[in-house]
Design a protein around this ligand. Structure first.
Ligand SMILES: CC(C)(COP(=O)(O)OP(=O)(O)OC[C@H]1O[C@@H](n2cnc3c(N)ncnc32)[C@H](O[C@H]2O[C@H](COP(=O)(O)OP(=O)(O)OP(=O)(O)O)[C@@H](O)[C@H]2O)[C@@H]1O)[C@@H](O)C(=O)NCCC(=O)NCCS
Ligand SMILES: Nc1ncnc2[nH]cnc12
Length: 314
């Protein structure tokens, strides 16, 4: 069975419908719709903030330090975050209205431009705009049709509603067929034949749904708290993701080093061991020395917070 067929079967299942029949169908009033979209937007911003404040994150910017970055700090991220507040509401609304991918894409491009204006040209949240934006759209779609906001339903919705368009988006190349006009991510993905952000999206974010979220929930279920859960999820992402930032900055050797360090941390027990913070700080120092920054994993960590938060929204 293809991923899309499996997703369709899942979406049709009565188990994924809300229990309260009054909430089903497209009968939400305008005010209720707007309130829901605002709630989702707040959750998305809170998820980005939680990612920023988490420490120690190898090579990444936090409220404590700038990690491997000389071009951005926590204030840059706060400005970027603030510039996105309308975008997350608008993209949730567009999802609720069942808009096609081209509309979401326009909103995403406009949000990228606002972000770049707010940060004086620094790319803080490009991957996050894409990933969290698609999740917000899926949440809007599901809520508007009385469906649950569980991870399974959201993923099924992403694949059914926008899966084909996301695949075409991934396959897009510069018009003249060469590398001109390609982003850092696409150049790295092509040069080293690895998957990047758009392929991750076309497959329904497997690293998010199959790696990060399960790891996050596992640590939460062991009662080690949100920060420990987020650190384990981040290292699980770093151990598995083909983060094109790492390929762009340091080639395959850098990407392999990050995966090996992250696997080492997890194999030691991750946040289950008493001195996990010291180990994570040692990784942070290695990353800073090598100027490595797993920005793609950071985005997917923010998406993990969002996905977890959405499952509690009513
Ligand atoms: C599909 C897009 C995301 C564009 O992606 P593309 O593949 O073309 O590449 P990039 O423009 O390079 O952006 C990809 C960003 O995604 C993150 N990322 C990297 N690898 C992965 C992965 N395997 N899976 C998921 N996500 C991944 C990453 O973002 C983070 O890192 C950024 C900071 O990196 P840094 O190295 O500091 O900065 P650079 O300026 O790139 O280089 P330096 O010179 O400084 O080294 C930070 O932004 C994080 O967010 C990649 O950067 C998408 O942008 C797109 O198509 N947008 C159009 C709008 C749209 O369609 N939206 C849909 C509806 S919402
Ligand atoms: N905290 C962070 N530091 C550096 N790059 C990032 N991309 C997304 N979040 C980031």
């Amino acid at each position: 069975m293809t991923a899309v067929a499996a997703a369709q079967q899942l979406q049709a299942s009565p188990l994924l419908r809300r229990q309260n029949p009054a909430q089903q169908g497209q009968g939400l009033g305008k005010r209720q719709q707007r309130a829901f979209c605002l709630q989702v937007a707040r959750l998305a911003l809170r998820s980005l903030y939680r990612e920023l404040q988490l420490y120690p994150k190898p090579g990444l910017v936090s409220l404590v330090d700038n990690g491997s970055h000389s071009d951005m700090d926590a204030a840059t991220f706060m400005r970027s975050l603030f510039s996105l507040r309308h975008f997350f509401r608008e993209v949730t609304q567009a999802g609720m209205a069942g808009k096609e991918f081209a509309v979401l894409r326009q909103l995403g491009i406009a949000a990228e431009q606002r972000m770049l204006r707010a940060t004086a040209g620094v790319n803080t949240h490009r991957g996050a705009i894409f990933c969290l934006g698609m999740l917000c759209a899926a949440a809007g779609y599901c809520h508007g049709r009385g469906m649950s906001l569980s991870p399974a339903t959201l993923r099924a919705t992403l694949l059914i509603q926008w899966g084909d368009a996301l695949t075409r988006h991934m396959q897009e190349r510069a018009p003249d067929g060469n590398a001109a006009g390609l982003s850092h991510g696409r150049l790295a993905a092509q040069k080293y034949a690895v998957s990047g952000a758009s392929e991750e999206a076309a497959l329904g974010f497997p690293s998010l749904f199959e790696i990060a979220l399960p790891r996050f929930l596992l640590t939460l279920s062991a009662a080690r708290g949100y920060d420990a859960a987020a650190i384990d999820a981040l290292f699980a992402l770093m151990a598995n993701l083909n983060d094109t930032n790492l390929y762009h900055r340091g080639g395959p050797a850098a990407a392999a080093k990050v995966k090996a360090l992250a696997r080492g941390f997890l194999e030691m027990g991750g946040s289950a061991i008493n001195d996990w913070r010291e180990h994570a700080i040692s990784c942070h120092k290695v990353f800073i020395q090598d100027k490595l920054s797993p920005g793609g994993a950071a985005d997917l960590l923010a998406a993990t917070y969002l996905l977890h938060g959405l499952s509690y929204l009513r």
